[in-house]
Design a binder for this molecule. Structure first.
Ligand SMILES: [Zn+2]
Length: 377
């Protein structure tokens, strides 16, 4: 019986199963059907010399295209090699129905969402208008957020809150306390954005629970997790001990090589690598997930650890056991990557440049057991 699709001869890296070996992967009826040697199928793709991973998960994106000014086209991120996009807080309970109807339901790539605890989501985010949704406490909508999350259990995976001088002005930790209470009520994790104090990193981490996600975790000074003398702040070490998840969320202003170098030198790897791609950083400095992953490759993080941080670890953070692994009978998704060597120019959120010697490039993606060809048919 020929399979629908066979990826032939790629280096399969699936950290969730400890796999790093050259083998074929076969798909049938939208699922992974066989993994092993010498498979045949109706559509055979020679991926020798390429890396095959479980469908990549970008844990921090903004894809409410058209409904919010920061949204980018989810298909562009699918073309960039991602099989799951997690939108974090673009929509709140006041506009989630539009996100669902006009973007999520029509999308060829899976979109999951952290619902913003602010009623309007991220509504004032552009080059000329920048109004943080956490700055007006009248917008905090815990009851509406609980109702919306309960009505959409297949797409809403958690609660998002943004705190910091930019995102919540003088509200301090109040939006975070409201988001936490909301997340507790619905039994889902919370993702917390941090920028300039107030609140401080210590104030934020102290309020987070096991399984909650700190995004922008390797941000530049201030509220960076590293210390001036090359160490790691005690609050970050304690938070990791307690099971708080550290997510990169590169974005426009939230990732610094300097911080990353210090953290990696201390053996403090990020749990999850995500892009925080939105309208103001998709053309740099974040670009996309693979560019963010490539930066870590050039900073010395191991390839298998990097793949884990975009597959197994975000799947766990999302509490989605069906994602992040290439298992027979599992979702028919895979990402195919080219690993190039050369001289590549990278830039972080502070404008610091780095010439790296490696780059990961999207070379294909499988969704619903089919090779994605750039259209829905
Ligand atoms: Zn974001």
């Amino acid at each position: 019986m020929p399979l629908d699709l066979v990826l032939r001869g790629g280096r399969v890296i699936d950290p969730s199963q400890g796999i790093d070996a050259v083998m074929d992967v076969g798909f049938e009826n939208g699922r992974v059907a066989k993994i092993g040697g010498e498979l045949t199928g109706a559509d055979i793709r020679d991926v020798s010399g390429r890396i095959v991973t479980p469908g990549l998960i970008d844990l921090h994106t903004h894809v409410y295209l058209g409904g919010t000014s920061l949204g980018v086209d989810p298909v562009r991120l699918l073309n960039g090699g991602c099989a799951t996009l997690v939108d974090t807080g673009s929509a709140g309970p006041g506009n989630y129905a539009g996100f669902l109807a006009h973007v999520i339901r029509l999308s060829p790539v899976r979109i999951l969402a952290f619902l913003n605890v602010s009623f309007a989501g991220i509504y004032g985010f552009s080059k000329r208008v920048m109004v943080g949704e956490g700055g007006d406490l009248r917008l905090m909508a815990p009851i509406d957020a609980v109702e919306t999350a309960r009505a959409n259990p297949d797409t809403i995976v958690g609660v998002k809150v943004r705190v910091g001088m930019h995102a919540s002005q003088g509200s301090g930790v109040i939006p975070l306390d409201i988001a936490r209470e909301t997340a507790e009520e619905i039994g889902l994790p919370m993702m917390v954005h941090i920028d300039h104090p107030p609140p401080t990193l210590e104030d934020v981490l102290a309020r987070m629970r096991k399984g909650d996600i700190l995004t922008h975790c390797f941000r530049p000074f201030p509220n960076n997790p590293s210390t001036a003398d090359g160490g790691v702040r005690r609050a970050a070490l304690e938070a990791r001990e307690r099971g708080i998840i550290f997510d990169i969320g590169h974005g426009m202003g939230s990732f610094a090589f300097k911080t990353a170098k210090t953290m990696l030198a201390n053996g403090f790897l990020p749990d999850c690598i995500s892009s925080d791609v939105h309208a103001l950083c998709i053309d740099g400095p974040a670009f996309d997930l693979l560019t963010t992953m490539s930066k870590f490759l050039c900073l010395g993080m191991g390839l298998n650890d990097i793949v884990r941080a975009a597959t197994e670890s975000p799947a766990k953070a999302l509490r989605r056991k069906d994602l992040g692994a290439l298992k027979v009978g599992g979702v028919g998704e895979a990402s195919i990557l080219a690993h190039r060597e050369g001289a590549f120019d990278y830039v972080d959120s502070t404008g610091e440049r780095m010439t790296g010697d490696q780059r990961l490039i999207a070379s294909g993606v499988v969704v619903n057991g089919r090779w994605w060809t750039g259209s829905n048919t």
